[in-house]
Design a protein around this ligand. Structure first.
Ligand code: SF4
Length: 367
């Protein structure tokens, strides 16, 4: 555990600083070029030597549907769903095509992007040498009281964009050596993303698509993403609906909907297994953020994953919870987690038989 703590401290700190710089200066496209640099530590360095381009035999899932024209049709289906918006479990029913905002705050059918750049703080198999080509999308349908990106998700920090520009961003990220296109909080922009993907595929995009979501996804929408998304990267935040309702703006349905969503994601892409060079190209990668006072129901969650999914399902047990945004209004989540709280979750995950754990650490866990 201590060895992991030391290795991860360096890369997390680096990532945090780069991210802050990018957001503060709103210079994402310029940063794209300046952030190209070798990986800095641990196993990432071992990956770095061989991992600057997709494997020659790799073909992303969406290419087939692009060639048949179905990608365009799926984008159109999602677009029409915005007329009476049901893109997410809030099911607001507002007409986004006429510019109406729903709960997520997305300005109708307009896309808002906060930043796009290679990200070196994501999971090791997504980062390699070139970084994960991360596109941070503005607004959010979940609105957690402890959100670490609250300026983007809840205040709407970002710049208006469109599918053509989004396609250009993807191509640029590919050109500079990123290993994937990583859409952060994509749910409310699914239609625009697919339109952009269709444009980018025509112009030569060949990177896998990472769907980096809260996990709170409707099955009807996920089925429209089948054969398009290569890597699902869902959070699994809460086991208990009282907790999700309390801390994520009344989202009582979060645990049940997310459990079903994760099963569907697994059905589509299977267990995440890296290619020979260590880079992930396809599969399900679950993230769970351990919260203070067992707010997330972590141990039950680990048992459920082990029971319903293969034991080698990738599970990232995240330790970096920080009481940000409105978390200080809730005393039970107004601190970081303790060493014991984190260890308990990891121990439980091992006890129930999970074998593909991404275990992190930070200096404060050593107290
Ligand atoms: S995507 Fe936004 S507008 Fe559509 S249902 Fe969800 S919260 Fe409502």
């Amino acid at each position: 555990m201590e060895e992991l703590i030391l290795k991860n401290l360096t890369r997390r700190k680096l990532c945090q600083k780069l991210g802050q710089l990018c957001w503060q200066l709103s210079l994402s496209s310029i940063l794209i070029d300046s952030l190209r640099q070798p990986a800095v530590a641990g196993k990432r360095a071992a990956i770095a030597e061989e991992s600057t381009a997709p494997q020659a035999d790799f073909e992303p899932a969406y290419l087939n549907l692009y060639r048949t024209g179905e990608l365009k049709e799926r984008a159109e289906t999602l677009w029409q769903i915005m007329e009476d918006c049901r893109l997410c479990p809030r099911e607001c029913g507002v007409n986004r095509l006429e510019g109406v905002r729903g709960f997520c705050g997305a300005p109708g059918a307009t896309l808002v992007v906060s930043a796009a750049h290679p990200h070196f703080g994501e999971e090791t198999p997504l980062v390699g040498n070139g970084g994960s080509g991360t596109i941070f999308l503005t607004h959010c349908n979940l609105r957690c009281v402890f959100c670490q990106n609250w300026q983007i998700s809840q205040l709407g920090r970002g710049m208006e964009s469109n599918s053509n520009k989004l396609a250009q961003m993807m191509l640029k990220l590919q050109e500079i050596g990123c290993h994937n296109i990583n859409f952060v909080t994509p749910t409310h922009y699914a239609a625009l993303i697919l339109k952009a993907l269709d444009i980018a595929a025509e112009k030569g995009l060949r990177l896998p698509i990472v769907y980096n979501t809260s996990g709170w996804e409707r099955l009807e929408i996920l089925k429209l993403l089948d054969g398009i998304v290569d890597i699902y990267l869902p959070d699994f935040k809460y086991w208990d609906s009282d907790m999700s309702a309390k801390y994520s703006s009344g989202a009582e349905s979060y645990p049940e909907i997310t459990r079903n969503a994760i099963l569907e994601m697994h059905r589509q892409v299977g267990v995440a297994k890296p290619a020979k060079d260590g880079i992930m190209q396809r599969g399900l990668m679950i993230r769970h953020l351990v919260m203070p006072n067992n707010t997330g129901g972590s141990e039950k969650m680990m048992a459920w994953i082990a029971q319903v999914l293969p034991k080698d399902t990738y599970v990232n047990i995240m330790a970096q919870y920080s009481p940000l945004y409105k978390a200080y209004d809730y005393p039970e989540i107004s601190r970081r987690i303790t060493n014991d709280e984190y260890k308990k979750v990891v121990t439980r995950a091992i006890e129930v038989g999970l074998t593909n754990l991404d275990v992190q650490g930070y200096w404060w866990l050593k107290r």
